[in-house]
Design a protein. Structure first.
Length: 101
């Protein structure tokens, strides 16, 4: 059986390049007229972020959320960040977040 997939830790140059790529995908998600293409872009966006270690992921997410010119996508990004936080921490018994992805 395979073990966990190692996550990438980015240096400052890689972080800047990653953030540029993430912003390009966001612009595609906002501008593309085809719903299926936007959904594929969201899946790619999520996969890009999930390939990073936790520190790099949250640093990049912060930069992208702050730079995002699309309010509807900013909300979507914040929801993704919330999911990563919930998934990364054990929810206490009785929490409304128990059982979320």
């Amino acid at each position: 059986a395979c073990g966990p997939v190692p996550r990438l830790a980015l240096d400052a140059t890689q972080q800047a390049a990653f953030e540029s790529i993430a912003m390009a995908v966001l612009h595609l998600m906002a501008a593309h007229p085809d719903r299926a293409a936007r959904q594929r872009a969201l899946a790619a966006f999520t996969e890009l972020f999930e390939g990073l270690d936790e520190g790099s992921r949250f640093k990049a997410a912060k930069a992208v959320v702050l730079a995002c010119p699309f309010s509807n996508l900013t909300g979507l990004l914040i929801d993704r960040v919330r999911q990563w936080v919930v998934r990364g921490r054990a929810a206490p018994p009785g929490s409304p977040f128990v059982g979320e992805p």
